[in-house]
Design a protein around this ligand. Structure first.
Ligand code: NAP
Length: 251
């Protein structure tokens, strides 16, 4: 049945990297609407199980599934477990991401490869795995978490910026490939959001570059994902990059 006409509590979402931070907030936001949620994690089993507990204690349905998004066998396991447990996949949020910041001259090939593998190849593997299911369903929504640095760059983040920029091209190409089957694919470009990933940045300098003069919250990002993932009006939005950055990048 088409996702757009399926009741919210019959829809199933996979959120990669949802043991903490933005992914955790997205998993909780979607589950609060009644969606069944797969909380994916790589290492943080206890944190992921806490997210599931939070969801189930509030009347929702969720499972935690360990899978490294950069490993295709793990992704097959993630998809199989989701289908065996919930029977379908309506929404994929490609959120898992890491940083290995270094100026280019000091960047080791491993710093480059790890970030490309997790942040970009992971998006490819997860999207390719779910798209087969969505094509058969003739419905689905995919939301890729990129970053403002994929649009404008950032010193010390050549690896991360390249991966996040890659997500933007990937999003637009796949959006064009699958639009005829009513599947939408969009990217979100957050600015600085208050999570573990940004806990060590020098806030004073950063705030000068943000017109709204504050970091964003995970709840704000989750709200935008919710709109793209379930709102009926979002069915006509595809191949877009939506910034949520306090005005840092005005396209
Ligand atoms: P975070 O707090 O560091 O959380 C990262 C999440 O990704 C964790 O749940 C982690 O789980 C998971 N993860 C890492 N490697 C993984 C792998 N190989 N396979 C599966 N899961 C993996 O980061 P965040 O700030 O919430 O960022 C979430 C996304 O937003 C990332 O894509 C990031 O690049 C993007 N973003 C963040 C900001 C920001 O300011 N925070 C800005 C722009 C974009 P484990 O602990 O289990 O590994």
């Amino acid at each position: 049945m088409l996702t757009s006409v399926l009741p919210l509590d019959s829809r199933v979402a996979i959120v990669t990297g949802s043991s903490q931070g933005i992914g955790r907030a997205i998993a909780i936001e979607l589950s609060s609407l009644g969606l069944k949620v797969v909380v994916n994690y790589s290492n943080s089993k206890i944190a992921a199980e806490k997210v599931v507990k939070n969801i189930t204690e509030n009347g929702g349905e969720a499972i935690a599934v360990q899978a490294n998004v950069a490993n295709s066998e793990d992704i097959n396991k993630l998809i199989d477990t989701t289908l065996n447990t919930f029977g379908r996949i309506d929404i994929l949020v490609n959120n898992a991401g890491v940083t290995r910041d270094k100026l280019l001259l000091r960047m080791k090939p491993d710093d480059w490869q790890t970030v490309i593998d997790l942040n970009l190849t992971g998006v490819f593997l997860c999207t390719q795995a779910v798209i087969k299911i969505m094509l058969k369903q003739k419905s689905g929504r995919i939301i890729n978490i990129s970053s403002v640095v994929g649009e404008v760059g950032n010193p010390g983040q050549a690896n991360y910026s390249a991966a996040k920029a890659g997500i933007l091209g990937f999003t637009k190409s796949v959006a064009k490939e699958v639009a005829s089957r009513s599947i939408t694919v969009n990217a979100i470009a957050p600015g600085f959001i208050d999570t573990n990933m940004t806990k060590d940045i020098e806030k004073e300098n950063i705030l000068q570059s943000i017109p709204l003069r504050r970091l964003g919250t995970v709840k704000e990002v989750a709200g935008l994902v919710k709109f793209l993932a379930v709102d009926p009006s979002a069915a006509y939005i595809t191949g877009q990059v939506i910034n949520i950055d306090g005005g840092m990048v005005m396209n």
